[in-house]
Design a protein around this ligand. Sequence first.
Ligand code: ARG
Length: 457
Amino acid sequence: MNISDKDLLKKFVSSFDYDKILAKYDIENNIAYLKNLVEINVVNKKDAKKILGLLTNLKKNLPKILESEDIHFAVEKTLENNLKNKSKSLAGIIRTARSRNDLVVSDERLYLKEEIELIIHLIKETILAIINLAEKNLDIIMCGNTHLQPAQPVLFSHYILSFAWMLERDIERLKDCYIRVNVSVLGCAAFAGTTFNIDRIKIANYLGFKNVSQNSVDSVSDRDFIIEFISCCSVLMIHLSRICEEFILWLNPNFGYIELPKELTTGSSIMPQKQNPDYLELIRGKSAKVIGNLVSILTLMKGLPLTYNRDMQEDKIYLFNSVDETKNSLKVINKIFKELRLNKKKLLQSLKFDYILATEFANFLVNKFKIEFKSAHKIVNNCVNYCKEKEIRLTSMNIEEYNKLLSPIKIDKKIFNELKVRLDFGNIVNSTNSFGGTSVKQVKVQIKNLKKMLKSL
Ligand code: ARG
């Protein structure tokens, strides 16, 4: 075989380029395992002390780790390298009663426990930024859409708090996933367990795992916890993507509801007037990557026979990438929530289509004249069509015009005045007081509950 073939094969089988991220956890696993091997008198104290000393030092100096086929062999090789000629073989004791098959899973589980905690922390920060923005703009009214068409008035604060609840569910999902990540597999060895009298519960305790896996075959074959995690990230990323989509629309001058500082937008090389929402677009774009990672790992696992197969080495590519993209996207969206400014004038302008009062107009007729909603809907629809044709606002019709269109219903001056009061944006919003509705009162309840939930999560 020529050199370049050898290089190609070496590179092909290696995961070191990406799994070196696991170095710290690999060392922790080796330390915990070795401690137990000493306790059960499989490894003598003197040898173990030497290796434990080297491992502890190495943990403080990770860049010292030498390159090898993967992180597990790399740690072993580095130990060897740090031992004198005669004692070189001592490095091999870390292989006792253990396989790379259980080790790699244990590394990934330790890594993921930390990353889930970091991601949850970032989500919490984002939720707090949303609450802050909502509290600062509690009573600003905007036009809410369905089908991206003007629909009903809603508080801006209420609208953006919906983002916070999406993210709150993401925390719940990640917390639930964490329970299944928090399981120790070390001691399952290649897949059958080991004839050495190891204490798996003790090892789990050393490593801070809450539970111990029950079946050694399953333990080295299982990557559900990674699939589940990437699935949580995918849902989270589609949430971020949809939030970004709202902001991208609102940044278009035709909406103009929000503004971003220059550093959170980019210019165009040809059109000097442009301030493009590239950061938001990229979060939207990166969600595709995470979803792709989920599809990839599902595909990777779907036809594999138990137990370990080398295909599974690639799981880390999807795992690490999902962690990175999700964390970075959260950091950027966090900044955006903190820095965005409302354009209150534009938000007010969005209410110039007062046809979004139509639902409440129909509600008024139902209440006042005890007609069924369907008839009220038809009458108000006639009014709206009339106004659109005349290019006037719904609330600028006079009493004669109303009476012509409402027939057979008649309204007198008193009801006309009541209707005028009723068809007021502020009044409508604040009387939309059903639990979880858009009134200021309900929004305050919502913020209180959200803060309480955040504390308990
Ligand atoms: N680098 C491997 C991986 O990430 C470690 C496990 C190797 N096990 C084996 N039997 N070849 O999956």
